[in-house]
Design a protein around this ligand. Sequence first.
Ligand code: ARG
Ligand code: ZN
Length: 867
Amino acid sequence: MRTENAVAPKTIYLKDYTPAPYLAKQVNLSFNLLPGKTIVTSEVKYVKNSAGASHDLVLDGEDQTILSVAKNGQPLSDYTVADGQMTIANPGDEFTLTIISEIDPAANTALEGLYQSQGTYCTQCEAEGFRRITYYQDRPDVLSVFTVRIEADAKAYPVLLSNGNLQDSGKLADGRHYTVWHDPFPKPCYLFALVAGDLERVADTFTTMTGRKVDLHIYVRSGDESQCSHAMESLKKSMKWDEEVYGREYQLELFNIVAVSDFNMGAMENTSLNIFNTALVLAHQETATDSDFMSVEGVIGHEYFHNWTGNRVTCRDWFQLSLKEGFTVFRDQEFSADLNSRAVLRIDDVNSLRRLQFPEDGSPLAHSVQPDQFIEISNFYTKTIYDKGAELIRMQHTLLGAETFRKATDLYFDRYDGHAVTCDDFVQCMADASGRDLSQFFRWYKQAGTPTLQVSSQYDAAQQSYTLTFRQSQPDTPGQTDKQSLHIPVALGLLDANGKEILPTHVLEVTAREQTFTFIDLPGKPVPSILRGFSAPVKLETDLSDDDLRLLQVHDTDGFNKWEAGQTLALRTIQRVMADSQADISQFIADVGILIEQGLAGRGDKALLARALSLPMIGVIGQYLPVIDPAAIDAARTSVLKQIKSAHKEALAALYDANRNTGSFSITPEAMGRRALQHAVLEILTTTNGTGCASRSKAHYDAADNMTDRVTALACLSDSGQPQRAEVFADFYARFKNYPLVVDKWFSLQAIANREQIFNDLAMLRSHPDFNIKNPNRVRSLYTAFAINNPVKFHDPSGKGYAFLRDAIIELNAINPQIAARMVMPLREWKRYTPALQAHMKAALQAVLDTPDLSSDVFEVVSKSLN
Ligand code: ARG
Ligand code: ZN
């Protein structure tokens, strides 16, 4: 139910796109930051856009009081304001409009526009936050040169930052001061940023490929300076990598990063003034895990890479979001792969795609990478736009090859620097540079849903020929049926019966619904390694036997497919146990023994072995089942783990000991690999949650000199009923209670516990003095951790898990609609679950929909989920 005074949610369609009626030639903004209010003066020089159809200037604006409007210096009263828009009919071909308005950043809990985080003023304008700062054409295809003046109390806010270069600064009367910033590169308003606060600066420099010196500054709260070196190193590596791999140089004299505690997402690429969630800047061995270190490197890279893919070349409209996000995720994935172990990174990225994007693509909220419609664009910062979007870029890279792909990106930057463009424009550059027709490929951008690729094989001994038949199918998704076939790159290798590679990786292009490839002169039946490196985001179904998979698991030359073969065997094993709890899985258990022996012999990469020894997660297993019953999956998965433990206890203990922490801490791939392996082993060894498990985990905790080891120990104790659990959790809290990002971990590690008293624990955590519903990191540390990473208890048959989430969504709807809408995600796949769970999930969604004053953000995801 929506009350009458709420603005009716309006659907926006891609097909309705028209160019902006007016161009903004120059934007002068002036901010006067005062106690209790901020006065914003915006002076914009507008020129009629000859491509624009309308003669009315329509400006977006929300949550502000207009103090005055003037045209060419003369007061203007001839305008209307309704439904979040100011309309000035026929203002003329060229004029300057000055609007003075008042906003209240301290009262802004939505964390969009200008707000305060622990006293620091900061902004988040993407996608449509700028309209909460001043009235403007808040759309990415209006590019302008910005000059920004900031005035504030000098003592409380010594640091005053905006985009571009510092042009002027000085002292004023009454202890106030100001700065003036100028960004010479025209940009859309979503890239505008402002920061004012009492922050410490960590400084370094980078010399670009043409020898220009760039100042690099990271701003953090006092006390956090010692946790910035990893971010700074990552920034310098990113700048170098973009020069080497894409030939892209940074253009300004200064690059700033500011870390704030209250942030809806990970980080934001505002031109030369990136604003980050502290979780993606601060990293120290005592407080950050290996995976945190990796995330910091990846996201620092991601935001830096946006400088070219997003800022210099931007999006025409928000339907093109994946133009910048898909490409930039691909770039950050490749950056991390070049700096670390490529196969390990690919495994982790694909695991996350399967666990989080595949379910989205199979849900009522499935949407294409270039969507056709939305109500609230914030709801489209999804795994599909980001991660499936990155897979689409990766496939184009695979089809063109690295060299031609680079030619195509050079063409893209040449052609579109300073422009706002579409995904179509990007793919056209790929086509033009390669001379290939990519029109069929473009269907990947328009058709939602994860395709299935079935492969069957036939060996003809008389002809010595081997035939692979591919069949592709596309599932129906909301509003889309009868889909067309896709252009799918399938990286393939062939091994002989001894595991020797007889055909190195070769890319087959599957374009028809059914297509056959024949290989000749093969004296024996080969074993195919299909979809190497996960060359396309599909669900692969093959007719490979367990023996074929075992051969690939040992001999494949492709690190990803080696791991994949083991995971497929594990999946088959878990499904056998789900069908029959007494099923004989001794072959699989023996295979795991071979992996452990390899580890003991010191053979192979430890990070890869760690992943090979980890069973697929419940969320991934569910993707392969027609009806999801998390408790049943967990029971089978745990039974397999217990059988592994009981069969290989001594060998596992020896492998654990052989991978103990020696020497000083480092985050080299080798050191992280050793820890990952030791942790995978500890997880198996503690799977029975008995007294021995608890003391082993506690010993691990006591020996820890870093956060990765501590978190592992806590994770292994989290389900336990032994006294060590409380001891270790209490010690952890006492040690780190002054580090909010570590307290987040303390919340999460309890929220993921699969144990009886979980609902009491959750209530206790919810009312803990450190819980703060206004801080998105803390909300995620409790609710998202529970809903995503505790599938068994979230899907408790009582429905209590859903009710816990439901209440938080309703509470947050009034505080922070973006975060509230994101929290609906775990409920949207309700139709995939057992009938009993479905009923509870649907009731929770309905209760949210029945809430008065529902934000358009929450309304969109809940109403579409129920469809
Ligand atoms: N463009 C940012 C990124 O690097 C995401 C920011 C979106 N923020 C938001 N509130 N919707 O991915
Ligand atoms: Zn991004």
